[in-house]
Design a protein around this ligand. Sequence first.
Ligand code: C2E
Ligand code: SIN
Ligand code: SIN
Ligand code: FE
Ligand code: FE
Length: 682
Amino acid sequence: MSRKIRNSKPKTRASRRSTPKPTSDAKRRHPAGNQVKTTANNDYAVLERINDGIVIFDREMNYAFVNKRGGELLGRQPGELIGKNYWQEYPEAKGTPFANAYLQALETQQPIAFEDYYAPWDRWFENRIYPSRDGMVIFFTEITERKRAERLLKAELQVLEKISSGSPLAEILATIVLNIEALSRETLASILLLDPDGIRIRYGAAPHLPGDYNRAIEGALIGPQAGSCGTAMYHRKPVIVADIETDPLWDNYRELARQHGLRACWSTPVMSSDGTVLASFAMYYREPRSPAREDLTLIERATHLAQIAIERKRAEEQVAQQLQRISALHAIDKAIASNMELHRTLNSILEHVVIQLGVDAAAAWLVNSASNRLELAAKHGFRGGGIPHLSLKPGEDYAGQAVHERHLVSIPNLKEAERPLNQAYLANGEEFVAYFGVPLIAKGEVNGVLEVFRRAPFAPPADWLEFLATLAGQVAIAIDSAQLLAGLERSNFNLTLAYETTIEGWSRALDLRDKETEGHTQRVTETTLRLARAAGMAEDELAHVRRGALLHDIGKMGVPDHILLKPGKLTDEEWEHIRQHPVFAYELLSPIEFLQGALAIPYCHHEKWDGTGYPRGLKGEEIPLAARLFAVVDVWDALRSDRPYRQAWPEDEVFEHIRTLAGTHLDPAAVELFLKVMNRAG
Ligand code: C2E
Ligand code: SIN
Ligand code: SIN
Ligand code: FE
Ligand code: FE
């Protein structure tokens, strides 16, 4: 065939046409002697309507007919070929696989079909040869696009495989680059990963660019000073440098480019689905040039793959970080649980004080550092019960005086004192006569006051006063450490809050992986909570239900993308992966103390009422209630949403279907409650 052996390398069809061959000219002047007349074209008029290229040869391989489409594909005018002999036209053809196919077809009289790549044009053709005793008809058509798509798909599958097998990000990005280089001839490529800080280049994945380039780019701030890629990331749009020699964007890197023979560079930012810049993808050429259509397809696919890889990795990192935080949280939980609460601690201390000091009653006040007031925290031995809400200013009453003076206030006989005890809690006939108030001082800070009372006058001996001071010291320390714990508890509470929001972020990251399920998790969580409330579950159980629902499909992290995002039906082997997702969820979440109560839904949401579900085939009420309720909501929301493998169902059909699942797939009571909650009962 002509295209196999043509030795010029025309760039376009037009330029091919404008390069006439001397041999053709010679022949055109001497058409006589050829057996086939150019008028033969009329006999073949019907063949002009066929969309394939068609060439008809006689037995001696003279061109009898070339249709218009054939001329286009070959870059020749049909008229300049008719009547010429193939072997004279293309003497170099002898011995090529292509020419051999002609001879073989003629000899065997068997049709032959084959694909062939013509390197100088970088194009693929599909050919069918139908021989007869008079010669042969050749149908041919260009399949370059299809071939490119096939190779691209193969490359993508390879990258997706790497992503789901958990390869390091740098390796995945390098694989993308290598695949693009293999697909596009004479191209070098690179991906520069942006640091999550959004301003610095973390590293370059550019296996075929020189090491000094990679070193130069690492850690550089994005912006025009970091070349075309830095600019693409900075301005969040593609940058085309058709000629590095003249473009100021390459001023800093031109020497490098010259050393390594790079002349053109096109950079495209890789964006996340929420619009932040993740990386840049660039193609480099050895000649000045601008992108062609095939290049744009490659760029688009490469940036898409890079986006998937980076987002997936970031989601995984987030999960790992969350696991760490949950363990920290658990450690603090435990520390608090093993300590008594402050007021219980104080009560038992006061009981101890009353007995040890031989007094009638004792009270403890604490300094509230926020309001700078003294607040009554505990009392023991009083006639009136309860702890009234009382607070004193510094200096107010004897307790306030003890704090203010940081010194014992001793009133052996209140009847002889300058001023009475006028605290409200003493009003109702406590009949106290002797009063002692000691400031509670720990680490140099007054954190409260300990008061003791007797209902008779009392002049304390020195050892009693000493003992009072010792006890006060202990109380001060107890209060100090209790307050420390309370502080921890407060930050623990904040940590829990932070946790709830990160779990939500986590679940959104999961939804992100499959665009079709976007918002699914939030919706099923809200609806499941309504259902659980209607089923009478307690408030603390609801917190678990909420976390469980948010994380219900966390196990799909372990299912490769090519299965999860597959547009069609799953094979048995692929189903095996899907059936593992609840088990994977269990393995992932069960070591986390904080999520113990939330396991039911992730682990059991695909069990079925009649025992035919997975992973364990639980039956009826063996399935935890939360999971039975959730299953209804999950199926409902799955059916009313588009999936990679099918379109959404109409709302009415979804409810109808749920009804038919009662008693087989789903708990009938759960279905009934669900229909009621959704106002679809009856
Ligand atoms: P999912 O898409 O979130 O679906 C959750 C559950 O809703 C399914 O659990 C099933 O009980 C119900 N469901 C969803 N779509 C349909 C449907 O078109 N018809 C019917 N009758 N029920 C439906 P199941 O079957 O255990 O599937 C679990 C997960 O496996 C699905 O989650 C999905 O991620 C994946 N999956 C299931 N079938 C296919 C499939 O044909 N192709 C692909 N690519 N994935 C599938
Ligand atoms: C030719 O002119 O080489 C025959 C048609 C073809 O290229 O398939
Ligand atoms: C790049 O585009 O790959 C960064 C270097 C440059 O463009 O000058
Ligand atoms: Fe699931
Ligand atoms: Fe789901």
